[in-house]
Each structure stands twice: as structure tokens, then as C-alpha cells.
Unconditional design. Structure first.
Length: 354
């Protein structure tokens, strides 16, 4: 009985990780004060904790320690130390440590949880079977999220705001779908094996191929809806990288016919990089500070004191930075009393707050 305990703990740890991969992108509760942020944070913290504790428990019961991250663990640990130091000297309290007002995604709690998840994946998710399950969970989640976004953007489904999606802004959804699409396309092209069998073979292989096609279709639709040149360029670069790997590792890409789907992505991306989108969905306009204004606010925040230069203003505090350093010219516009809680890009937000 004792010998079976680590097996069950491993199973709990594994399926908690798979559940996290599926639920994190799509989970929301529309009746709560924040439909996305606080609910996603709860799911991420809960499932990561269950997975991590189960994995540690299995090692305690088995009296065997397995830590395979090596030197790669240094980077996430360094990030964690930086986040904790910045949070300790933050301009905000609860909002920095836990998150509030749609700032849960950047809080210390969420960041430290993701760091713990990354370390766990490095150490315990090395088997191809776990990677297959996580990949299929991500593909299923992206397909569900893409379908819901398609229905709300076209007006066939109403969830309060036209274009509502389970990730965040439409640009965030597009980045998520593009990422999962290329993970799926890469796995389909290479067809890694699990127990000697390609992951895209048999019944599960059929399901996997259907999911890859669905995710690709929803990704292209979302890209047409956003019509953002950076995302089109990202797709072109992604397909060219896949093609480059195909030429360099011809033995891994044994079936050239599998390149049809990436080739379609390349053609569509190249065309609409220069031509306007044919879609007119009347989606809500996302308003944010310009790149110049965002960078000026970040620069003034960091130059306020040596402490701010070292650790920023703290996670989740860009709204404070904005109110303190926004250009006075905005007082003559309709945005004179608007507070923005993030910069034009996440990189600039991180620059100011960490």
C-alpha cells in the first residue's frame, strides 16, 4: 500500500498540471466583480499548489529527491528575488502583493506562483507523455477560447461586451492563439513519440490534428479582426523558423505535406501585412497611452530616486506612476480624468514597476 502512494501523488500532480493548462486560458465567472483576473489567479494558484505539493509529497514518501532544472533554475529564482524586493519597497500594499482592480496578473503572488510552476515543469514534466497531455490541453483550451471569441466578435453570442474573450484584450487573445498555434504546428510537423508511437497517431492523433486546424482557423480570424502588423510579422517569422528547422533537420520532418497548413498561415500573413483586413466587426477600441508617453512615465518613475531606479515602483503600480507623471497636455483632452493601469506595452509597464 505504501509503494502505491507515490504513484497516486504523481497522478494528482500530473493531472493538476493538465487541468491548469486547460483552465487558465478559458476560466471566468461572469457574475463576480472581475470576470477574468481574480478567477484566473485563483485557479492558477490553487492548481499549481496542488501539483507542487503532490510532487514534493511523492518524493518525501519515496524518500528520493529529484531536481533536474540545473542552471536553468537560476533565471526564474533571480526573477523571484527581484519581484519580492520590488514588492517590499512598493508604493502600494495589497495591490502589489495579491492584486486588485484587474492587476492580479502582475502581482507578486501570481508571479511567484508562475516561477514555482516553471521550476516544477523543469523538474517533473520531462516525460513525453506529460508534455503530450499538456499540449493537447492547451490546444483544447485555445480551441474553446477561440470559438467563444469568434461567436462574441461576430455577434452570435452576447456576453456583455462585443468581442469578449476569456484571455483579456483582443491583442492578448491573438498572442495566446498564435503561441498555441505554433506549438501545435511544430508538434504536428515533428510528431514526437510517446512510448514509441507518434503523438498524432491513432484516435488521439485525429483529435490532435482537428484541434490544430481549429486553433489555426480561429487564430487567423482573430488576426484579421485585430489587423496588427506586429502579429502578422510574428506569424511570418514563426512559419519561416519552422521551414528552416525542416531544412536543417530533414529527418525530423519526414512528411512535407504537413507544411500545407503552415504555408497557408504564411500566405495569409504576408497578404494582410500589406492589405487592410476585410472584416469590420465594430469591436471596442482599446485606448492606452502612446509609446512615447508610456516610456516618459517609466523614465520619470525610475529617475525619482535610487530605490526606484533599482526596483521600480512595485508590481501593479503603473496607475500611480501615470497619475504622478502624465503629461499636463492631457488635461485639455477627454482623457483628463482617465487613469491607465498599464503602459502601451507590457515591457514598458515592467520597466517602470520592476
Amino acid at each position: 500500500m505504501v509503494s502505491a502512494t507515490p504513484h497516486w501523488l504523481h497522478a494528482i500532480s500530473r493531472w493538476s498540471l493538465v487541468a491548469l493548462a486547460f483552465l487558465a486560458p478559458v476560466f471566468f465567472l461572469p457574475w463576480t466583480s472581475e470576470a477574468l483576473e481574480i478567477n484566473k489567479q485563483t485557479v492558477i494558484v490553487l492548481l499549481t499548489s496542488v501539483s507542487l505539493v503532490s510532487w514534493l509529497g511523492s518524493m518525501v514518501v519515496a524518500r528520493k529527491i529529484a531536481f533536474r532544472a540545473g542552471w536553468f533554475a537560476f533565471l526564474p529564482v533571480l526573477l523571484g528575488v527581484t519581484v519580492i524586493a520590488s514588492s517590499a519597497l512598493s508604493l502600494a500594499g495589497y495591490q502589489t502583493w495579491v492584486g486588485a482592480d484587474a492587476q492580479e496578473y502582475t502581482s507578486a503572488l501570481t508571479t511567484v506562483t508562475f516561477i514555482a510552476l516553471a521550476l516544477y515543469v523543469m523538474c517533473a514534466a520531462g516525460s513525453s507523455s506529460i508534455q503530450r497531455d499538456v499540449l493537447f490541453a492547451l490546444l483544447g483550451s485555445a480551441a474553446v477560447g477561440g470559438l467563444l471569441a469568434f461567436l462574441t466578435m461576430t455577434g452570435w453570442l452576447t456576453l456583455g461586451v462585443r468581442g469578449f474573450n476569456t484571455v483579456g484584450t483582443i491583442n492578448m487573445l491573438a498572442v495566446f492563439l498564435v503561441t498555441v498555434m505554433f506549438l501545435g504546428l511544430g508538434a504536428w510537423l515533428v510528431s514526437p513519440t510517446v512510448n514509441g508511437e507518434p503523438i498524432f497517431s491513432g484516435r488521439w492523433g485525429t483529435i490532435g490534428r482537428v484541434l490544430v486546424v481549429l486553433v489555426t482557423v480561429f487564430t487567423l480570424f482573430t488576426l484579421l479582426a485585430t489587423d496588427f502588423w506586429v502579429l502578422w510579422t510574428l506569424c511570418i517569422v514563426g512559419v519561416l523558423l519552422l521551414a528552416g528547422f525542416g531544412f536543417l533537420q530533414a529527418s525530423e520532418f519526414s512528411q512535407p505535406g504537413k507544411f500545407i497548413l503552415p504555408f497557408i498561415v504564411l500566405i495569409v500573413s504576408a497578404v494582410f501585412l500589406f492589405l487592410p483586413t476585410p472584416l469590420n466587426l465594430n469591436l471596442p477600441i482599446i485606448v492606452s497611452p502612446s509609446y512615447g508617453t508610456s516610456f516618459d512615465i517609466a523614465k520619470q518613475t525610475l529617475s525619482a530616486s535610487p530605490i526606484r531606479l533599482a526596483v521600480g515602483s512595485g508590481p501593479g503600480t503603473f496607475a500611480i506612476d501615470y497619475l504622478q507623471y502624465k503629461p499636463t497636455s492631457l488635461n485639455a483632452t477627454v482623457f483628463w480624468n482617465t487613469s491607465f493601469d498599464r503602459a502601451k506595452s507590457h515591457v514598458i509597464t515592467t520597466l517602470a514597476t520592476l
